[in-house]
Ligand binder design. Sequence first.
Ligand code: AP5
Length: 252
Amino acid sequence: MRKKQHRATATKDHGASNATPPRRPEKPFHLVLLGAPGVGKGTQAQLICERLGTCHLSTGDLLRAAEGRLHDGRNPALEAALDSMHRGELVPDATVLDLVRERVRSLHCAGGFLLDGFPRTVAQAEALANLLHKEKIRLTAVLDYELPLAKVIARLGGRRICQACNAVFHVSARPSRVAGLCDHCGGSLHQRDDDRPEAIRTRMKVYEQSTRPLINYYAQRGVLITVSAAGGLEEIYQRGLVALNGLFPKRS
Ligand code: AP5
């Protein structure tokens, strides 16, 4: 499991003076982040991990990293999975589960873990439950970020990524200082293949069909927390933290 390093621009308001001071929980948090593509899960994951010391596992990042290493084209299964990703479809459960299982030791990170973009299907949720049971780990909570569809699409359509360091920008909400260039490394900014309109439509459809059912799945298991993803990053972070504190009053 690797910590996400590339959301620096999106998290530049860390120092907000009204922020709840980060306090390390007595027991580490074991969290899942749910929500539509582009709702801001990765951005919130970065804040939570930096402030609570939690390890971040994003299956989307793992797949994009795998793509970066796929130079010789000798892995047809992975290539097919990545083609699905570019079209906005889900990659097969088996591929994702292999990636997660390869990092099973990271579920024991001292600071806890945060799963971002996984699970995304009921089959993946069942597999995760089995894995956690085997590892004797209990899920603390599932944070479900909610935002009206039009706003989610605006966030996705305006996202730009640095080709060199993967820093995340937004053309209007979080623009880079020099248009088209990364503030951190000067690399050129581009749009993810799956952030183009056709792929966005597919991702939203797939989310409704395959991932939204997880809201009920986790609600029935008593671990779901719904968080409004409207407003600024700090506001959203504080909402999540307050909700977690409500569940576990002795922790922060
Ligand atoms: P993944 O990378 O996980 O994509 P996603 O879930 O679609 O999430 P995104 O990264 O698009 O958005 P986000 O919610 O993290 O938003 P962000 O913080 O960047 O997965 C990509 C693909 O991989 C999938 O489609 C699938 O093919 C495959 N895949 C991955 N996991 C899989 C799995 N488990 N099973 C099967 N397939 C899998 O924010 C978005 C934008 O909004 C940014 O520009 C940001 O700056 C901006 N923003 C964020 N917060 C705010 C705010 N409060 N106000 C204004 N702008 C904001």
